[in-house]
Structures are given as C-alpha cells and as structure tokens.
Design a protein around this ligand. Structure first.
Ligand code: SF4
Ligand code: SF4
Length: 76
C-alpha cells in the first residue's frame, strides 16, 4: 500500500476487466510490466494487479490486445 499525504488509499492502478480478458496463454500485459506487478496464479484465470508493486506506467494498458486492461477504474 502506498501513502499519499499521510493517508493510505488505493493507488491509481490498472483494472483487468474479467469480461474482456481471455486469459491468454502468454499475457502480453504481464510480459511488459517492468516490476512484474501483474500476477497470475492459475493459467486459466485472468491475471490481477498487485497494487503494492504497480508504478502506474500504463504499459500494460497498451500491451493487452483485447483492451481488457483499463486505467485506474478501481481507484476513487
Ligand atoms: S490481460 Fe489481456 S493479454 Fe493478459 S491474459 Fe487478459 S486478455 Fe490476455
Ligand atoms: S501500470 Fe505499469 S507497473 Fe502497473 S501493472 Fe501496468 S505495466 Fe505494471
């Protein structure tokens, strides 16, 4: 968890849309992520973003060919 102004809140991280994610054999969004913040436990399931590692570079948003990775939908 990152801290902003002394207050802990969820950072502006990408959201992987379950409806659009096709759980590709090789997740391109995961491949391009510099800090390896995109985590995959099960090869048949969509990956998820570890907010504590994410640097908000948005390379994953560009990399996913199915537009399943969108910017900051989970942050408020
Ligand atoms: S996030 Fe995109 S590239 Fe990654 S498994 Fe889902 S559809 Fe494929
Ligand atoms: S925004 Fe950057 S650091 Fe965060 S998950 Fe996507 S590629 Fe990784």
């Amino acid at each position: 968890m990152e801290h902003f102004g002394g207050q802990a809140r969820a950072p502006d991280i990408p959201n992987i849309l379950q409806d659009l994610c096709r759980a590709c054999k090789t997740c391109l969004a995961r491949e391009v992520c510099p800090p390896k913040a995109i985590i995959r436990v099960d090869a048949d399931e969509p990956p998820w973003v570890d907010g504590s590692r994410c640097r908000a570079c948005w390379l994953c948003v560009e990399a996913c060919p199915f537009e399943a990775v969108v910017r900051g939908a989970g942050a408020s």
